[in-house]
Design a protein around this ligand. Structure first.
Ligand code: 3PY
Ligand code: MG
Length: 258
């Protein structure tokens, strides 16, 4: 936050910006640099599925910051303060919590992500990296209050059914639809084309937009981006480092000519 002139992603989104993002699973500083230089409006370093640990995420964050001012979010599983606090203290711009299923989890997420009086985030700003090891403690606390983006992913039937209660939780900025996991509740499982899934997504979209919260989601196909922005999405992820590498490396193999 105070250490660079990074754009204020939260303010941008709340002012109507449409942002294309990508997930990073590889915890590779080089890949993070490449993805940052590609020009995405936001990057999300995954800590839900990625095998690498916290220091892998931190090294990638440092690398991204060395080449770009792109805002970087961290995705965690659930709303555990133990997971969220070190990521914010390391300097991430916000948290994307996977699979939030009820208002109570959404409240726990806000509590972990924000300092009092909004939440209960611990006061490590006297020495944390995010606050330039304490040198910027005053500015950091002010900026953390206004700039930390708090995103709850909706990716279960329970989450979809509790959408009105979740959107009502003060401090949640965005509800972000994870279509693949959502197929667990609106099957068949893994079928991204089913009409049940499409209906569920349309319902969540409608309730989120009616609530005044921001809407985000992972595009099922990258070509859905424009349509999703038109439907009211503010943040859409269209790619991941692993997905792009798989596609490009497969495409680069010359067809066998035997
Ligand atoms: C899902 O589709 O389940 C996701 O988590 C997308 O990021
Ligand atoms: Mg998911």
């Amino acid at each position: 936050m105070p250490e660079t002139g990074r754009p204020d992603l939260r303010a941008q989104l709340h002012s109507g910006a449409k942002v294309q993002g990508a997930f990073l699973f590889l915890a590779s500083p080089d890949v993070g640099e490449i993805m940052a230089l590609a020009g995405y409006g936001a990057l999300v370093i995954d800590r839900e599925h990625a095998a690498a640990g916290l220091s892998g995420a931190l090294h990638e964050l440092r690398a991204i910051r060395s080449v770009s001012t792109v805002p970087v979010l961290a995705r965690v599983h659930g709303a555990s303060a133990a997971d969220i606090k070190p990521l914010l203290d390391a300097g991430f711009d916000g948290i994307v919590a996977a699979d939030v299923r009820c208002a109570e989890q959404a409240r726990a997420l806000v509590e972990a992500a924000h300092y009092p009086p909004i939440g209960r985030r611990g006061a490590q700003f006297t020495v944390s990296r995010a606050a330039r090891y304490g040198l910027d403690r005053i500015t950091y606390v002010e900026q953390a209050r206004s700039r930390t983006l708090v995103v709850a992913m909706i990716e279960s039937r329970e989450g979809a059914e509790a959408i009105d209660a979740i959107t009502a939780v003060e401090g949640i900025d965005m509800l972000f639809i994870g279509p693949l996991d959502l197929t667990s509740g609106f099957g068949p499982y893994g079928d991204l084309g089913s009409s049940e899934l499409k209906k569920a997504i349309a319902h969540i979209e409608e309730r989120v937009l009616a609530s005044g919260r921001l809407l985000g989601g992972a595009a099922i196909d990258p070509s859905d981006l424009g349509d999703m922005f038109d439907r009211g999405y503010s943040l859409v992820t269209t790619a991941s480092d692993t997905g792009l590498l798989t596609q490009a490396s497969r495409a680069a193999i010359r067809p066998k000519t035997s």
